[in-house]
Design a binder for this molecule. Structure first.
Ligand code: AMP
Ligand code: ZN
Length: 113
């Protein structure tokens, strides 16, 4: 997808600090970390948001959650962590390519629910 920031990162057109990649998923450090560990897990397929997921995306979503578990282990988040997906304008999504935030490395106090 042209002019998509995360597609450009996935394609190597924009530098990033990549921590994990496989056939379906790329993960890199968030440029503006909100916790000691703040990693974005991004499917290679350009999907605008969780609202755009379709029936063929099951394998990709499974890969996303397998990657999350691996990344959490590698970063020693054994005491827990938070996964966040901001979806759409009211959800606070700023980059319109589906992604999941992994936040950890400290007790995460602020909760919406
Ligand atoms: P969201 O607000 O949920 O759409 O999350 C977008 C995230 O992308 C934010 O946490 C930003 O800090 C992060 N971000 C924006 N540009 C970059 C970049 N070039 N490299 C890494 N993370 C980025
Ligand atoms: Zn994209």
């Amino acid at each position: 997808m042209e002019n998509c920031l995360f597609c450009k990162i996935i394609n190597g057109e924009i530098p990033s600090s990549i921590v994990y990649k496989d056939d379906d998923v790329v993960a890199f450090k968030d440029i503006n970390p909100q916790a000691p560990v703040h990693i974005l897990v991004v499917p290679r397929k350009h999907i605008v948001s969780a609202a755009e997921k379709d029936a063929s995306d099951g394998k990709m979503l499974s890969a996303v959650f397998s990657a999350i578990a691996k990344i959490a282990k590698e970063n020693k988040l054994d005491n827990g962590f938070r996964i966040i997906n901001n979806c759409g304008a009211d959800g606070g999504q700023t980059v319109p390519h589906l992604h999941f935030h992994i936040l950890g490395g400290r007790a995460l106090g602020d909760k919406v629910i």
